[in-house]
Write a protein that binds this ligand. Structure first.
Ligand code: FDA
Ligand code: NAP
Length: 445
C-alpha cells in the first residue's frame, strides 16, 4: 500500500552502518548540492551490538575513522569527538591506537547525531525496481519501497538517481545447522545471553577460531561462572592476526588501486598472503589472555575451559532438555556427540550480496565469467545500456577492490571517491542534456 507520493533523491543510502554514515559525513563536509537520504532498518545506529562486550577493542587505528584519511581536519573525526567529550588529553595519555569498541560505538553515535537530518530509522528498504515508464533511453533512476516509520504497515516510495547499497555482512551458520533457542550465531550473542541469563548454564560450546569466537569464550568464562566452555576449533588452537606494519600496508588507500588494477594472479596472491590479517585469526592480546586462562584452569583443576583442536561441528539434534552437537575430530577422523545447553556458532559471515535487495534491477548489472558483479573503480556496478542510474556498493567488492571491502580501514577515502563519482556523473549528465537541447534547437532552426 503506497501512502505517500514518490520523492526524488540524488542519493539514497540503503543501510546506515559505518560505511553509509561515512558517506553522509562526506556529503555534509563537501557541501554538495545533492539531495540525499539514508534508510536504516534498526531504530537507531547500532554497530554489531550483539558483540559489544565490555573490554573488546577495535581492530583498526582510531585514525581510520569516518573522515580523517580523506580530511585530516574534519569536524567528524575521532579526535574531534574526543575533544567534544573533553577526553582528548586522557585518551592520548593512554598511548593506545585501538579504542574500545564501546568508545568507538559512542563516536559513531555522536557522528550520526550530527547528520540525523539525512537519516530515516525504522526504515527497511524492501524492494528496488525500475520505474514503470522511463521513456526513451536508459532508466536514469530507480524506485525504492521502504517500510514507513510514520505509519507502521505503510510503505514509503522514493526515487533515486543513485543508490548506495551498504547492508553489511550476512551471518554464516555451519551447513545444515539452523539458529534457534539454544543455537545462536555470534552476531546475536549478547542479546541472546541477556535474554537467557547464565542461570542453569552448565555447558556451552563455542564454534570457530576467529576473533568473535575468542571474545565469546573469554566472555563466557567471566560471566557464566557455573558453565564449562568448550571451544571447538577447526585448527590447532587460535592463530594470531597479523597486525604488523608491513602487512598492514594491504589496507592503505593506494593498495586498493593496486588490487583493482592487478591480474587475477596478483589478486589471488594478495588473498593468499594476507587473509590472516582478518579471517580466522585473533588479536594477540585476546589470544594470550585465553592461553593464560587455560593454563590457570589446568593448574587449579577447575576444568571450566576445554579446547577441542582440529574439530568441526557437523550436526545438531534437539532432545527434550538438551542440544546434542556432533563434532567431527579431524585428528582422529571420527565423530562424537557433545551435549550442551547452548551452542554458539562464531562461524563468520558471508560478504554483502546486493542481489536480494536489487531484485530484477540486478538483471541489468553485468557479471564476470565467475558470475560475480562487475564493479568499476568508483565502486559502481557496471550496468547494461538500459540503466544509467548509479548503483554503488560499500561492501561486497572483495573480488575487485580487496580486503578492506568489508572493513573500516578505507571508509573515509571510499566515501569521498563515491561522492566525487556521483558529482562528476551529474555534471556529465547535465552537459549531455544541454548538448542534446542545443542540437534539438539547431535542427528546429
Ligand atoms: P554494517 O553491517 O555495520 O551496517 C549495515 C547496516 O545496514 C546495518 O545497520 C543494517 O541494519 C542495515 N540494513 C541491512 N539491510 C537493510 C535494509 N534492507 N534496509 C535498511 N537497512 C538495512 N572492521 C574493522 O575494520 N575494524 C573493526 O574493529 C571491526 N570490528 C568488527 C566487530 C565485529 C563484531 C564484526 C562482526 C565486524 C567488525 N568489523 C570490523 C567488520 C565490519 O564489517 C565493519 O566494522 C562495519 O560494520 C562495516 O560497516 P557497514 O556499514 O558496511 O556494515
Ligand atoms: P571468521 O574470522 O570468519 O572466523 C570464523 C571461524 O569459524 C573460522 O575459524 C572458521 O574456520 C570457523 N568455522 C566455520 N564453520 C565451522 C564449523 N562447522 N566447525 C568449526 N569451525 C567452523 O569470523 P569472525 O570471528 O566472526 O570475524 C569476522 C569479522 O569480524 C573479522 O573481520 C573480524 O576481525 C571481525 N571482528 C572484530 C571484532 C573486534 O573488532 N573486536 C570482534 C569480532 C569480530 P574455517 O575457516 O576453517 O571454516
Amino acid at each position: 500500500m503506497e501512502t505517500r507520493e514518490p520523492e526524488m533523491y540524488d542519493v539514497v543510502g540503503i543501510g546506515f552502518g559505518p560505511s553509509n554514515l561515512s558517506l553522509a559525513v562526506a556529503l555534509e563536509e563537501q557541501q554538495t548540492p545533492l539531495k540525499a537520504i539514508f534508510f536504516e532498518r534498526q531504530p537507531t545506529l547500532s554497530w554489531h551490538r550483539g558483540m559489544l562486550m565490555s573490554g573488546t577493542k577495535m581492530q583498526v587505528s582510531f585514525l581510520k575513522d569516518l573522515a580523517t584519511f580523506r580530511n585530516p581536519v574534519s569536524e567528524f573525526s575521532f579526535v574531534s569527538y574526543l575533544h567534544a567529550k573533553g577526553r582528548l588529553a586522557r585518551f592520548v595519555n593512554n598511548q593506545d591506537f585501538f579504542p574500545s569498541r564501546q568508545e568507538f560505538h559512542s563516536y559513531l553515535e555522536w557522528a550520526a547525531a550530527k547528520v540525523a537530518h539525512r537519516v530515516s530509522y525504522n526504515s527497511r528498504v524492501t524492494a528496488v525496481q525500475l520505474p514503470q515508464a522511463y521513456g526513451e533511453g536508459p532508466a536514469r533512476h530507480v524506485r525504492l519501497a521502504v517500510d514507513d516509520p510514520v505509519r507502521p504497515g505503510g510503505v514509503r516510495v522514493v526515487e533515486a538517481r543513485n543508490i548506495v547499497v551498504s547492508t553489511g555482512l550476512v551471518p554464516r551458520m555451519p551447513t545444515g545447522i539452523e539458529r534457534g533457542e539454544s543455537v545462536w550465531h555470534s552476531s546475536e550473542f549478547l542479546h541472546r545471553f541477556r535474554e537467557r541469563g547464565s542461570a542453569g548454564l552448565k555447558r556451552v560450546a563455542v564454534v570457530g577460531a576467529g576473533q568473535s569466537a575468542a571474545e565469546i569464550v573469554r566472555f563466557l568464562h567471566d560471566n557464566a561462572r557455573d558453565a564449562t566452555v568448550s571451544a571447538i576449533l577447526p585448527s590447532y588452537g587460535y592463530s594470531i592476526a597479523d597486525n604488523t606494519p608491513f602487512a598492514n600496508q594491504v589496507f592503505d588507500p593506494n593498495a586498493t588501486d593496486e588490487f583493482y588494477r592487478g591480474s587475477d594472479r596478483s589478486k589471488d596472491a594478495i588473498w593468499h598472503y594476507h587473509k590472516n590479517t582478518n579471517y580466522s585469526v585473533v588479536d594477540d592480546e585476546v589470544l594470550s589472555d585465553l592461553y593464560q586462562r587455560a593454563y590457570a584452569d589446568e593448574v587449579s583443576e577447575e576444568g571450566r575451559l576445554d579446547f577441542v583442536n582440529l574439530a568441526r561441528v557437523v550436526d545438531v539434534k534437539h532432545g527434550a532438555n538438551d542440544t546434542r552437537v556432533t563434532v567431527h575430530s579431524l585428528a582422529a577422523d571420527e565423530s562424537y556427540d557433545l551435549d550442551v545447553d547452548v551452542l554458539v556458532c562464531a562461524t563468520g559471515y558471508h560478504p554483502m550480496d546486493p542481489s536480494e535487495i536489487l531484485g530484477s534491477v540486478g538483471d541489468h548489472c553485468l557479471r564476470d565469467a565467475e558470475g560475480r558483479y562487475r564493479v568499476t573503480r568508483d565502486y559502481r556496478l557496471a550496468t547494461t545500456d538500459a540503466l544509467s542510474c548509479g548503483i554503488y556498493l560499500q561492501g561486497g567488492t572483495e573480488h575487485t577492490h580487496g580486503l578492506s571491502s568489508s572493513l573500516l580501514s578505507n571508509l573515509a577515502v571510499r566515501s569521498g571517491e563515491i561522492t566525487n563519482s556521483i558529482l562528476e556523473r551529474r555534471v556529465a549528465a547535465a552537459a549531455a542534456a544541454d548538448q542534446a537541447a542545443e542540437e534539438e534547437e539547431g535542427i528546429r532552426v
